[in-house]
Design a protein around this ligand. Structure first.
Ligand code: C5P
Length: 229
């Protein structure tokens, strides 16, 4: 088991996720659950992951709303003692989440710019001009200033974020990881697992490359083997 690897359980139903968790046993110690499973008892499944299976849990909801709503939602979610929780990196959202988290140990991670987006997508969404790296760096900076414990970032932007004023002391969690010779799916700013760690990433989030493989265990072993210490 390598604690730097987080497996994204992007299943609609906990039954499918549970099968994967059972199959992998102690090989994976940290799981990410997100919006896809919510309608079918995703939160209860997170509880099960923690209490029955003894796993660390990352709840990836990417919350984004008025401050009062985010604060109260995070306050209620804190009862689950998630290890990581995501919100969008807009400063007022991060500040509200940090208030809502209170004394709980849940780490608030901010989304800079989704790793599935490129400049063309940002134009379509009316984001301000400028290259993507600069915008990601600025988004990370304002999220840190607002109190985020870390950021979610593309593996390509990790070096840049580490170089920011607060970058050294914060968590950097990177999705958009593709082992060499696997499909990119809808991710656009990808790198391999070892490149991401070498760039300074603390945790890697991998989903489909593992969950859609006919031999998930082999893919995990392959990833872990290539990781620098
Ligand atoms: O299947 P794949 O490895 O692309 O899964 C990546 C996971 O990380 C998905 O659950 C996706 O929602 C999540 N994620 C992401 N980009 C972010 C934040 C989270 O791809 N900025």
């Amino acid at each position: 088991m390598d604690n730097r690897l987080i497996l994204a359980l992007d299943y609609t139903h906990p039954d499918e996720a549970r099968k994967m968790v059972e199959k992998l046993g102690p090989t994976i110690g940290f799981y990410k659950v997100g919006q896809i499973m919510l309608a079918n008892g995703g939160l209860e499944f997170c509880k099960e992951l923690k209490e029955q299976y003894g796993k660390r849990v990352f709840l990836d909801l990417k919350l984004f709303d008025i401050g009062n709503t985010v604060e109260k939602a995070v306050m209620a979610l804190s009862a689950f003692q998630f290890d990581f929780l995501t919100v969008h990196g807009d400063p007022y959202v991060v500040e509200a989440a940090v208030r809502g988290r209170g004394e709980s140990s849940t780490k608030i991670l901010a989304i800079t710019i989704l790793t599935s987006l490129d400049r063309e997508d940002l134009d379509g969404a009316l984001y301000q001009n400028g290259d993507l790296d600069t915008l990601v760096g600025r988004r990370a900076e304002i999220a840190f200033e607002a109190g985020a414990d870390g950021v979610i970032s593309s593996p390509r932007e990790v070096g840049l974020i580490r170089g920011l004023k607060y970058g050294k002391s914060k968590l950097i969690v990177t999705p958009g990881i593709r082992p060499t010779n696997s499909e990119k799916d809808d991710q656009k700013r990808t790198l391999s697992p070892s490149e991401a760690i070498l760039n300074g990433s603390d945790y890697l989030v991998v989903g489909r490359a593992i969950t859609q493989s006919p031999d998930p265990m082999a893919v995990i072993e392959n990833i872990v083997e290539t990781l620098p210490p």
